[in-house]
Design a binder for this molecule. Structure first.
Ligand code: DGJ
Length: 361
């Protein structure tokens, strides 16, 4: 009888006090993804770090309805409140435990709730043993266009904020011509003394431990790649301009069979567009544009998503996951995650096809 009562109470508690949550058994792009507490995963514009047997997923925390039509209509009228950076951990990329807000907003700083924090990416520096977080730090009208940096001794934070800045003040990119230097109308020259713009960004760590910042710059038309210092906290001053005039955002960078790949989006605010892919034999280029990697129905709008990261699956040498955001601009918190496997043609062109549900091989 006692056993029966105990079972009855347990069943009641599950129904009344908590939502029943079954761990996901497959990746279902576009569906509601729940964490191990049964709450919606809140990690937008994010990236993943694999460290010591665990995947850590960092992303923008979006809360509430973020659509305020009176704010800066030219950007689609969406205001993005800074709540902070979320961190979730998982061993299998299916069950995600919420590790909390690892870099909360701080009123009165560049992390003020009324400003912009987007696309956080964390990398591990084996020399300093620090986890280094880079993010796009901006004003509400996206004019400040800076990079923010924070560090932690642990992948689950808390992260200490070191400030936001524009890199490359008074530094010319590798390969700049005298003609380019003299073009006072160009954004590169306009920003020469104050530093280059940083908007959508990612950080890529190469096999030799060198790290690079990829950022949409010069008002977005051009992507810039900057070498980072050994501690990954600053840029060294060496940088190049790629995909000039192609207006690419949302860079996601990975290396396969010795080649560097970047998948990115076009530049249409929160609206989806056709993805781009570029490839190079060296980080320093030349970068060659390939085809839209998305194939099949809705490929022209990347299956209603925008890239944020490409995850190499640990222990599976040729398995890469395209991670994208399906932005819902008037309710950014409800934006869903579009994760799809990447395959490669014989020529090495990445291809992404839609799957309602799929599993890691
Ligand atoms: C597109 C970017 O990729 C997003 O991260 C965000 O900055 C929106 N633009 C804002 O319109």
């Amino acid at each position: 009888m006692k056993k029966f009562i105990a079972f009855g109470f347990l069943a009641l508690s599950v129904c009344v006090f908590g939502k029943e949550t079954k761990p996901a058994t497959a990746i279902r792009p576009g569906e509601v993804w729940l964490d191990t507490d049964g709450k919606m995963v809140n990690a937008h514009g994010g990236g993943i770090l694999f460290h010591a047997g665990t995947y850590y997923w960092y992303g923008e925390i979006k809360e509430g309805k973020t659509y305020l039509p009176e704010v800066n209509k030219s950007w689609g009228g969406t205001r993005v409140d800074v709540v902070g950076v979320s961190c979730y951990s998982s061993k299998d990329l299916l069950a995600w435990k919420n590790e909390g807000n690892v870099l909360p907003a701080v009123p009165g700083t560049d992390l003020d709730p009324k400003l912009v924090l987007e696309r956080p990416k964390v990398v591990y520096n084996a020399k300093t043993k620090k986890f280094v977080l880079w993010f796009h730090s901006d004003s509400l009208n996206y004019a400040a266009a800076k990079a923010g940096v924070a560090t932690s001794d642990s992948p689950t934070g808390p992260f200490t904020y070191h400030g936001s800045f524009r890199p490359h003040a008074n530094q010319w990119p590798v390969g700049v011509t005298e003609e380019q230097k003299a073009d006072e109308k160009s954004q590169l020259v306009k920003d020469f003394s104050v530093g280059q713009m940083v908007r959508d960004l990612t950080v890529f760590v190469d096999d030799d431990g060198k790290a690079y910042l990829f950022a949409a710059s010069e008002g977005n038309p051009t992507m810039q790649i900057s070498e980072l210092t050994e501690d990954y906290l600053k840029t060294t001053g060496k940088y190049i301009r790629i995909c000039e005039g192609r207006s690419m955002e949302a860079p996601a960078v990975f290396k396969r069979e010795g080649k560097y790949h970047m998948i990115a989006s076009g530049c249409t605010a929160w609206a989806p567009n056709a993805a781009r892919s570029v490839v190079a034999d060296s980080i320093w280029g030349p970068w060659k544009e390939l085809e839209n990697p998305c194939k099949g129905e809705k490929a022209d709008i990347s299956f209603f998503s925008q890239s944020t990261y490409v995850l190499p699956v640990h222990g599976k040498p040729d398995q890469f996951i395209f991670m994208g955001d399906r932005w819902i601009k008037d309710d950014l918190a409800d934006s869903r995650y579009i994760w799809l496997p990447i395959t490669f043609t014989e020529k090495g062109q990445p291809e992404i096809r839609w799957h309602d549900s799929w599993s890691i091989r």
